[in-house]
Ligand binder design. Structure first.
Ligand SMILES: [Zn+2]
Ligand SMILES: [Zn+2]
Length: 138
């Protein structure tokens, strides 16, 4: 099995390749992720040196907070990246990977902020806010 993965936005203007093991998928239910995605976020993580992004001119970066910026394709709107300002990794939206992804769910964060129209019943750990291993905006 190769540890290399690739993915893209819906229209293909932005493509990326990753190397190395990907973190389990963290589902974020905070209000920023809900508003931006229309539901909730599902993202893995890659160290900065382990990802190559093509078509960066097609990415719009939105700074929802001073802590991190959110990258999406300016043509098709696909959510792609979440990039903390001070850390050397980038979160990549799980749904943007080409399948099979071999990704597995890890946990849910900010369940205290979740929408009231769905329930979380996959048995994964749930955190009211975040956990120390997953830095987020205050
Ligand atoms: Zn696109
Ligand atoms: Zn969030």
């Amino acid at each position: 099995m190769s540890d290399n993965h690739q993915g893209s936005c819906l229209c293909g203007a932005v493509r990326f390749r990753t190397s190395g093991t990907l973190r389990g998928v963290v589902y974020c239910h905070c209000s920023q992720c809900r508003k931006q995605s229309g539901h909730f976020y599902a993202a893995t993580n890659v160290a900065d040196p382990d990802i190559v992004i093509d078509g960066t001119e097609s990415i719009t970066w939105y700074e929802a907070s001073s802590f991190a910026k959110r990258g999406f394709c300016k043509t098709c709107g696909s959510l792609l990246f979440w990039k903390p300002r001070d850390d050397a990794y980038i979160s990549v939206l799980a749904g943007s990977f080409d399948t099979p992804t071999a990704l597995k769910g890890e946990c849910h964060i900010f369940v205290g902020d979740k929408g009231d129209y769905y329930s979380i019943d996959d048995g994964l750990p749930q955190f009211e806010k975040s956990t120390p291993s997953i830095p987020v905006a205050e």
